[in-house]
Design a protein around this ligand. Structure first.
Ligand code: CA
Length: 130
């Protein structure tokens, strides 16, 4: 690597840019820093209509489930299909009501048609187990 001296002003500017981009040390404390795409929920069956990208921590042994207690605005009772990112070992658990209450359905693989769970999900969680 080529070493080159930089004017102090430029170094300061780069430091503030790194801070703005979240690469400074304070970012390490961000609990959402390792969030990854867990699944994509769709408004219609067969992955049609609007898409809702579901991000969470990758499910690891002994990790606590991650909850989305209220779906993003306009998504209550709308989800009709789910495309799982199977790089993770997460199950997505659908709940009939907000705050993980009511009936539940556990999903590990893609579901093109949620059937009796069509337009029913009001909250969900990501978990390693079922
Ligand atoms: Ca729908």
């Amino acid at each position: 690597m080529i070493k080159r001296l930089r004017p102090a002003k430029l170094v300061a500017a780069l430091a503030s840019l790194a801070l703005a981009l979240g690469t400074a040390s304070t970012a390490e404390a961000d609990p959402k820093a390792d969030y990854q795409l867990i699944a994509i929920a769709y408004e219609d069956t067969y992955y049609g209509g609007e898409a809702y990208y579901l991000y969470g921590p990758p499910c690891k042994p002994y990790s606590q489930p991650e909850y989305i207690n209220e779906l993003y605005y306009g998504w209550n009772d709308q989800i009709s299909s789910i495309d799982m990112n199977t790089q993770h070992k997460c199950f997505v658990v659908l709940f009939e009501h907000t705050w993980a209450s009511g009936a539940r359905k556990s999903i590990r693989n893609d579901v093109a048609d949620l059937g009796d769970w069509n337009d029913r999900t009001s909250s969900l969680s990501f978990t390693l187990g079922q």
